[in-house]
Design a binder for this molecule. Structure first.
Ligand code: NAD
Length: 277
C-alpha cells in the first residue's frame, strides 16, 4: 500500500501557483463571503484567506451577519461581479435557512464562480467542455494524475451523489474515460459494487463506513470524508486500518483530499484571472 500524500501534492501546487503569480502584471483576487458565525465555516474561510496570502493573491474576507437579507447578500455579490480586482467569488456554505442557496450561487458571475457550482459551469462539465470545475473533485483528479494512474477504461465507483462532490466527481472520471457507477443512500449491495471497482471515491459523511473487505485487491481508494469523532480525532468515510493493506493507493484523513480542495480553489482563481488579463 502507498499513501497519496495530499498535503505534499497541495504544497507543490501552491508553489507552482505562487511562481505563476510572480510573473503576472497583477495579483489574482479572491473574495470569500462568510454569513453568520458558524465556527467550522469561520475556520474554512480563515484557511482560504491565509492560503491566498501565501501565494500572493489579493483577498477580501467579507463577514456578514446571520440575519442579512437575501437582497443585501445578492447586491454584495453583484458588486463583486463588477469589481476588476476580483477574479473569484466564493460564498461559504451552508447559508442560514432564510437565504436561497441556489439563487445565491446563480447570482455569482459564471466567470468568477471559482467553486464551480453555478449551473453554467456544472453544465459545461457535463458536456465535457469544462470551464471552472468544482474544487474537491478536480483536486482528486490532480491526485490521481500525480500518482500516474491511467484512468481510461477503469471501473470507478463514486459513493455519494451530492452536488458539490459526488456528482461532479463522477463526471470528472467519466470525462477522463472511466466507466462510472454512482452509489448513494438507496443503493443496493454497496459492498458488491465496490468489489468490482479499480478506483473508489467516497464522499458520504459517515465515519469509517467503508470496510476493507468490500474493496478489490489493489484498488485505489480516495477518501473525501472528514468526520470528527467524539474523542476529537478526525477520520474519513473509509475504515483506514482495514483498507490500507488491500488498496494499492489510499488517501489518509487528515492530509489527503482536504488540502487539495483549497489549493484547487487557488488554481481556479489563477485561471480565472489569466482569462481576464
Ligand atoms: P452530503 O451529505 O451532501 O451527501 C452525502 C451523500 O452520501 C448523499 O448523496 C447520500 O445519498 C450518500 N449516502 C448517505 N448515506 C449513505 C450510505 N449509507 N451509503 C451510500 N451512500 C450514502 O455530503 P457531501 O457534502 O458530499 O460531503 C461528504 C463528506 O465529504 C463529508 O464528510 C464532508 O465533510 C466531506 N467533504 C470534504 C471535502 C474536502 O475538502 N475533503 C469537501 C467537501 C465535503
Amino acid at each position: 500500500m502507498s499513501i497519496i500524500d495530499g498535503k505534499q501534492i497541495a504544497k507543490d501546487l501552491r508553489q507552482s501557483i505562487k511562481s505563476q503569480v510572480d510573473n503576472l502584471n497583477r495579483a489574482p483576487g479572491l473574495a470569500v463571503i462568510l454569513v453568520g458565525d458558524d465556527p467550522a465555516s469561520a475556520v474554512y474561510v480563515r484557511n482560504k484567506d491565509n492560503a491566498c496570502k501565501e501565494v500572493g493573491f489579493y483577498s477580501e474576507k467579507i463577514d456578514k451577519p446571520a440575519d442579512i437579507t437575501q437582497e443585501e447578500l445578492l447586491s454584495e455579490i453583484k458588486r463583486l461581479n463588477t469589481d476588476d480586482r476580483i477574479d473569484g467569488i466564493l460564498v461559504q456554505l451552508p447559508l442560514p435557512n432564510h437565504l436561497d442557496t441556489n439563487l445565491v450561487i446563480e447570482t455569482i458571475s459564471p466567470e468568477k464562480d471559482v467553486d464551480g457550482f453555478h449551473s453554467e459551469n456544472i453544465g459545461k462539465l457535463m458536456q465535457n467542455k469544462p470551464y471552472l470545475r468544482p474544487c474537491t473533485p478536480k483536486g482528486v483528479m490532480t491526485m490521481l494524475a500525480t500518482i500516474g494512474v491511467d484512468i481510461v477504461g477503469k471501473d470507478c465507483v463514486v459513493v455519494g451523489a451530492s452536488n458539490i462532490v459526488g456528482r461532479p466527481m463522477a463526471m470528472e472520471l467519466l470525462n477522463a474515460g472511466a466507466t462510472v457507477t454512482i452509489c448513494h443512500s438507496r443503493t443496493q449491495d454497496l459492498p458488491g459494487k465496490l468489489k468490482l471497482a479499480d478506483i473508489v471515491v467516497v464522499a458520504v459523511g459517515i465515519p469509517q463506513m467503508i470496510k476493507g473487505e468490500w474493496i478489490k485487491d489493489g484498488a485505489i481508494v480516495i477518501d473525501v470524508g472528514i468526520n470528527r469523532l467524539d474523542s476529537g480525532k478526525l477520520v474519513g468515510d473509509v475504515d483506514f486500518e482495514s483498507t490500507k493493506d488491500i488498496a494499492s493507493w489510499i488517501t489518509p484523513v487528515p492530509g489527503g483530499v482536504g488540502p487539495m480542495t483549497i489549493a484547487t480553489l487557488l488554481e481556479n482563481t489563477l485561471s480565472s484571472c489569466k482569462e481576464k488579463i
